[in-house]
Ligand binder design. Structure first.
Ligand SMILES: [Zn+2]
Length: 206
């Protein structure tokens, strides 16, 4: 059976058309370096966008290899806790079982790349599991658990190292695309001009 795609022809980061399979996202088992981590997470976020989920992508990298990759599946599962990070945590536990590894030692040597600052729930979970490092893209002004709203690390006995702002613009652009119409940074339609004169620092979530 011929595989066809309803999406328009895609282009890669350099603007060149991508032929063949529509998605070439590195997967579990693939070797990856520090620079590539966020690229992969962004592709997963893009994938989330195309299926109507909040565009957040995430990978967990252990000893240079991806051991979990995920995105939000909140709408698909109708479960508000199915954030990309939580989905990845579940997959790491499965990976540990299959590979006969001790989860605590795996988490302690695993880096997380996620396109948006983890929310308070996810940040709390990541600190609790003692991940080696969390690298995220844009800030999460509404729910950020790495300091923007609350620093969940202050509740942890051994907080994860956090790196913020990696490819933040790309991550934010995906959110803006998803939330277009409710994005406070978007141009304000003339009919609403009177209603938006006060300071509005709320962010992109709805
Ligand atoms: Zn979350």
């Amino acid at each position: 059976m011929e595989a066809t795609s309803a999406v328009d022809e895609q282009v890669d980061d350099r603007g060149s058309p991508v032929h063949g399979t529509p998605e070439m996202i590195p997967a579990v088992g693939d070797v990856i370096n520090e620079q590539e981590g966020m690229e992969v997470a962004l592709k997963l976020a893009q994938q989330a966008l195309t299926v109507g989920e909040v565009p957040v992508g995430c990978i967990f990298v252990h000893e240079g290899k991806i051991i979990a990759s995920g995105r939000n599946t909140v709408n698909e599962t109708r479960n508000a806790t199915r954030h990309a990070e939580i989905n990845c945590i579940d997959d790491v536990l499965k990976w540990c079982k299959v590979n006969n590894k001790e989860p605590s030692s795996v988490f302690a040597n695993t880096e997380v790349f996620v396109t948006v600052e983890p929310c308070i729930m996810c940040a709390g979970a990541l600190h609790k599991l003692h991940l080696k490092q969390i690298t995220y893209g844009c800030h999460n002004d509404r729910f950020g658990g790495c300091g923007t709203v609350l620093d969940a690390g202050i509740l942890a006995d051994n907080p994860c190292k956090i790196i913020a702002g990696v490819k933040a613009d790309e991550a934010m652009q995906l959110l803006k695309t998803f939330y277009k119409g409710t994005n406070p940074n978007a141009p304000v339609p003339n009919v609403k001009k009177k209603a938006v004169s006060k300071n509005d620092t709320s962010s992109l979530s709805s």
